[in-house]
Design a protein around this ligand. Structure first.
Ligand code: AMP
Length: 283
C-alpha cells in the first residue's frame, strides 16, 4: 500500500493510474476509521481497479467552537484498517500543503448548505465543499464513495459536482450502525456509557418518526412531535434539530411525501452527533 504525503505525490500517483487506464475508487475521510469507513473502502474495492483513501482532518470545516483540536486521530490504526481492506494508496496530506499561507479560494454551495447543519455550523459546508473540490481535482477518481450518515453533506457535494460540471461519479452507501442502532461515528469513542444511552435516543427518535409514518401519519409536524417525545424528560442532551423534510432539497414539508428524510442532530456535552433515515412512502 502506497502512502502519499504530498499533493505532488498524489498527482504523480494519479498520472500513473491514468496512464494505465485504471479506474480509481476514492474514499475521503477524516481518519479515526471505523466500520462505517471500512464499508466504503470495501465497496470501492468491489467497484474499482484501484482504491485510494484520504485521511485529513480538514481545519476549514470546523467552526471555532468545534472540536478540531480534540478530533480523534489514530493514524497507525487507520493504516492497519486500510491495509486489511486492501486499499492501494492512502493520501495523508499536511494542512500546510493543502492550505499554504497565500491560500484564498473557497467554494460555496449556497442554499442547501444553509439549512440544518448549516444553521448550527455556518461555515462548515464551505470547508467541506472546498476540500472536496481540491481532493477531486487531485485524485480525479472514477467513483467517490460517501456514507448516508452525512446525508446533507452528500446532497451538498452532489450539488457542487452538478453546478461546477465536475466530472465525478458519487456513490452513496448505507449507514453502518452498532448492534443497538447507534450510527458509527469517530466521535462515539468520546461517549461515556450514560452519554451513549443518550446518543441512542437519536436513532430511537428517528425510528419512532418512521413508525408513525408507517402507521399512516402524514402530518410532518406530528411526525416531528413523535420524534421529540422520545427525548422528553431527558435533560442531559440538547436537540439541535429533529425534522421531517423533503429528501432532495431538505426543505421542510407540511405533509410527508414519497421521498422524505428524517434528520436529527444532538449535542451531548461537547459531543455532537447526527443521524437520519430516508423514507419512501407510497402516497
Ligand atoms: P468522516 O471521516 O466522518 O468525515 O467520514 C468520511 C466518510 O465516511 C463520509 O462519507 C461519511 O459519511 C462516511 N461515514 C461516516 N460514518 C459512517 C457510518 N456510520 N456508516 C457509513 N458511512 C459513514
Amino acid at each position: 500500500m502506497r502512502i502519499l504525503r504530498t499533493t505532488q505525490a498524489i498527482r504523480t500517483w494519479q498520472h500513473r493510474q491514468n496512464a494505465h487506464k485504471t479506474s480509481i475508487g476514492f474514499v475521503p475521510t477524516m481518519g479515526a476509521l471505523h466500520d462505517g469507513h471500512r464499508s466504503l473502502i470495501a465497496r470501492a474495492r468491489k467497484s474499482c481497479d484501484t482504491v485510494v483513501v484520504s485521511i485529513f482532518v480538514n481545519p476549514l470545516q470546523f467552526e471555532p467552537s468545534d472540536d478540531f483540536g480534540h478530533y480523534p486521530r489514530d493514524l497507525s490504526k487507520d493504516l492497519t484498517m486500510c491495509r486489511k481492506e486492501k486499499a492501494d494508496a492512502v493520501f495523508i496530506p499536511q494542512w500546510q500543503d493543502l492550505y499554504p499561507h497565500e491560500f484564498q479560494t473557497t467554494v460555496t454551495v449556497n442554499k442547501l448548505s444553509q439549512r440544518w447543519e448549516g444553521e448550527h455550523r455556518p461555515t462548515h459546508f464551505q470547508g467541506v465543499t472546498t476540500i472536496v473540490t481540491k481532493l477531486l481535482n487531485l485524485v480525479q477518481p472514477s467513483q467517490t464513495f460517501f456514507g448516508q450518515k452525512d446525508y446533507q453533506q452528500f446532497l451538498v457535494i452532489r450539488q457542487l459536482v452538478k453546478d461546477l460540471e465536475l466530472d465525478a461519479k458519487l456513490t452513496l452507501c448505507p449507514t453502518i450502525r452498532d448492534a443497538d442502532g447507534l450510527a458509527l461515528s469517530s466521535r462515539n469513542q468520546y461517549l461515556l456509557p450514560a452519554q451513549r444511552q443518550q446518543a441512542l435516543l437519536l436513532y430511537q427518535a428517528l425510528l419512532s418518526g418512521k413508525q408513525a409514518i408507517k402507521k399512516g401519519e402524514r402530518r410532518a409536524r406530528v411526525v416531528e412531535k413523535h420524534m421529540a417525545a422520545i427525548f422528553e424528560a431527558k435533560h442531559q442532551s440538547h436537540i439541535d434539530y429533529l425534522v421531517c423534510c423533503e429528501a432532495k432539497t431538505l426543505e421542510p414539508i407540511s405533509r410527508v411525501q414519497s421521498n422524505t428524510v428524517l434528520l436529527g442532530a444532538l449535542r451531548i456535552g461537547a459531543i455532537r452527533l447526527i443521524d437520519n433515515l430516508v423514507i419512501s412512502v407510497r402516497e
